[in-house]
Design a protein around this ligand. Structure first.
Ligand code: SF4
Ligand code: SF4
Length: 468
């Protein structure tokens, strides 16, 4: 820390901004932000919200674009169905996501928190905007809080709570549609809730949870609960780009007074950057766990700099090294190695996705069985067959012998695999004895569906027969 900050009182390290000395919650009334970054974030968040709300309604060939049914382990992502059989893809994708989170955070800090995180978007761009609209800016909200209950307060507080619960209910329904699909949700909505009481109770529970988070818990979710926020300490380094106060330019801070000649830095100690902060911190104390990189303090400070005719960017996206040396260095050895791992993983996943077949087959001789004598001077072997149908359609299947005279007899019903289903069956391969010249005869079995060969599998037939 530089000398200027060393001299600054460091009481901020002893407590968090949202808790009083007595350990009680201190309610934050952030001033309504405005400025270039806030406008850009509003556009990005509206686009993301539109995407979130539109996706359940999108269909490809009559099938949902996205389904994340964790309960039945059925997933459709960008129109491609996935199931438990794609565990390897899922594991690799999770690793790639974790690496990209690390990479992104090492290089760009908490950009995700400020611009993409659903918690920030819903809180700052939906619920908080409604609050400003109904109750006014921070000072008016404070005044309303301290006013004894009257008709105006009752209407404002009551309507806000009603709208908040209604929105929470809509959000939990949208999340539910990602699990059960929009068609099933429409069906449920058109019936009495008691016909699907389990789902209805779950929706009410999640509506209550969202209502609690956005009405009351708010920034505590980022400060106390979010694991990503708590990992910042190990992911950020001196070159990570986060929201920084340029203490070299700003210090010593001081209010400008008419006729005073003292040589201050650019910070006029107006406290506007603290007033707009939704987590109640003072970014001039340096990078802190509570900072969700929402950019509100950048906009606030830029407005001040404009007014006092100083260059913008006293608070800006920058790394600690950049502030100290005025040089930006993003691609450190750590960032480069994460990038290499990420490129490798992405290439492997893309290759696996492009070469992912719609059907997976396995044919194995049933272990522990010998050959069986069959009428008509024939012998048979018994085999296990497993077919995984990864497509949206029912898959009728038939088996035929390739390059071998003989027949195949399926034990049980005809083979038919349900969409996203697995079928296991046993079948006999029956060969004429005169065709068997050795203990192990190798041949191929083709799996055919709707006249199309799905796969050809090499297998072996074991039998000891006397050659006449
Ligand atoms: S808004 Fe800018 S000038 Fe005002 S206190 Fe914050 S850093 Fe200083
Ligand atoms: S310090 Fe600035 S960027 Fe960080 S949370 Fe507060 S207002 Fe947002």
């Amino acid at each position: 820390m530089n000398d200027a900050l060393k001299s600054h009182e460091e009481t901020f390290r002893d407590s968090i901004a949202t808790v009083t000395k007595e350990g009680k919650r201190k309610w934050i009334y952030p001033r309504k932000p405005s400025g270039k970054f806030y406008n850009a974030r509003t556009i990005v968040s509206y686009f993301l919200l539109a995407f979130l709300f539109a996706v359940p309604f999108i269909k490809i060939d009559g099938h949902p674009f996205v389904i994340l049914n964790v309960l039945e382990r059925k997933f459709i992502i960008f129109g491609i169905p996935f199931g438990p059989h794609d565990l390897h893809l899922f594991a690799l994708t999770m690793i790639a996501i974790i690496v990209s989170i690390f990479l992104f955070t090492v290089v760009y800090g908490r950009l995700f928190c400020g611009w993409i995180c659903p918690q920030t978007i819903f809180l700052e761009m939906v619920f908080r905007k409604i609050e400003y609209w109904i109750e006014g800016d921070a000072n008016k909200q404070r005044a309303l809080k301290n006013t004894p209950m009257n008709a105006e307060k009752f209407i404002k507080k009551g309507s806000k709570q009603l709208i908040f619960f209604f929105l929470s209910f809509i959000i939990s329904n949208i999340f539910l549609s990602y699990i059960i699909g929009i068609d099933t949700l429409k069906q449920y909505i058109s019936h009495s809730p008691f016909e699907h009481s389990g789902t209805f109770i779950a929706v009410l529970f999640f509506s209550g949870a969202f209502y609690f988070v956005f009405t009351s818990f708010r920034e505590q979710a980022c400060v106390l609960v979010c694991p990503y926020g708590r990992l910042q300490g190990v992911m950020l380094d001196q070159n990570s780009i986060v929201i920084h106060y340029d203490y070299k330019r700003g210090e010593p801070r001081g209010k400008i007074k008419k006729g005073e000649t003292q040589n201050y830095g650019d910070c006029i100690d107006c406290n506007l950057c603290v007033d707009v902060c939704p987590t109640g911190i003072d970014i001039r104390n340096g990078t802190q766990l509570e900072c969700v990189n929402c950019t509100a303090c950048i906009d606030a400070c830029n407005t001040v700099m404009d007014k006092i005719n100083r260059p913008k960017g006293l608070i800006r996206y920058a790394s600690k090294n950049e502030i100290e040396t005025s040089k930006r260095s993003i691609f450190t050895p750590r960032a480069i190695s994460y990038t290499m791992v990420l490129i490798l993983l992405t290439t492997v996943i893309t290759y696996m996705l492009l070469n992912r077949s719609k059907v997976e087959l396995s044919i194995l001789r049933t272990p522990g069985t010998l050959y069986q004598e069959q009428p008509g001077d024939k012998v048979s072997n018994i085999y296990d067959l497993k077919i995984i149908n990864k497509s949206f359609d029912i898959l009728p299947a038939a088996l035929t012998l390739q390059n071998q005279e003989g027949e195949i007899k399926i034990i049980g019903n005809d083979l038919k695999v349900e969409p996203q289903g697995v079928t296991e069956a046993k079948f006999l391969v029956i060969l004429p004895k005169e065709k068997i010249k050795q203990l192990k005869t190798t041949f191929k079995i083709a799996v055919v569906s709707n006249g199309k060969i799905l796969d050809v599998i090499n297998t072996a037939f074991l039998a000891k027969v006397k050659i006449k």
